[in-house]
Write a protein that binds this ligand. Structure first.
Ligand SMILES: CC(C)(COP(=O)(O)OP(=O)(O)OC[C@H]1O[C@@H](n2cnc3c(N)ncnc32)[C@H](O)[C@@H]1OP(=O)(O)O)[C@@H](O)C(=O)NCCC(=O)NCCS
Length: 163
């Protein structure tokens, strides 16, 4: 059974192992970056697990003043791709960001990362612009900047005041 739960600093090794399974060494975030994000209060970090272990991870920061969330990574283990897990992780992250009052989500993606671009576009993200030389570690270092407007979380329907 697949479960998604908040990740903490205790999950550092698991998140790092997944990162290393998902990217070549020159592209992977390291322990320092994960320690920073997992220890940060203004972040949504979610770990996905099943019987076989860690299946996925998504991380985002949120900025209350601007009401914007910023997804910094989403990873699905190579053995579990194409099963809708990336979509589930993005949905869970967006729902949590909306619950925290965020009105939109932004993210960057390498222009050559076709799988991630498909995940985002099919999930309702709209291309804002191309960011030349955003990265330093790719053959093509340009990024696409995407944005999604979040719908407010559904609460109880407000009662109409009696006349
Ligand atoms: C990008 C990534 C998270 C997608 O995870 P995933 O679990 O395979 O994606 P899903 O199965 O949820 O697919 C999501 C959508 O993208 C499409 N998609 C994703 N990967 C695809 C592939 N290899 N081929 C065809 N379609 C693909 C699916 O059709 C699906 O569309 P749908 O929801 O309309 O059916 C995964 O490939 C990954 O971890 N890549 C390495 C890390 C990475 O690059 N992360 C993004 C950094 S910006």
């Amino acid at each position: 059974m697949i479960a998604i739960r908040p990740a903490t600093l205790a999950d550092l090794d698991a998140a790092l192992a997944l990162e290393r399974a998902c990217y070549p060494p020159n592209q992977a975030y390291g322990a320092e970056e994960y320690r920073y994000s997992l220890g940060r209060a203004k972040a949504v970090n979610l770990l996905m697990e099943d019987e076989a272990g860690v299946a996925g991870f998504v991380g985002a920061f949120h900025h209350r003043a601007w009401r914007v969330g910023h997804v910094y990574t989403v990873n699905v283990h190579p053995s579990r791709r194409g099963l809708g897990l990336g979509r589930q992780l993005m949905d869970a992250c967006e729902a949590e960001l909306a619950r925290l009052g965020m009105e939109r989500v932004v993210l960057e993606v390498n222009v050559e990362n076709a799988d991630a671009i498909r995940l985002y576009e099919r999930g309702g993200y709209k291309l804002l612009r191309r960011l030349p030389n955003y990265y330093t570690q790719y053959a093509n270092n340009d990024a696409f900047l995407y944005e999604k407007i979040l719908t407010a979380p559904q609460g109880p329907t407000p009662r109409r005041a009696s006349p």
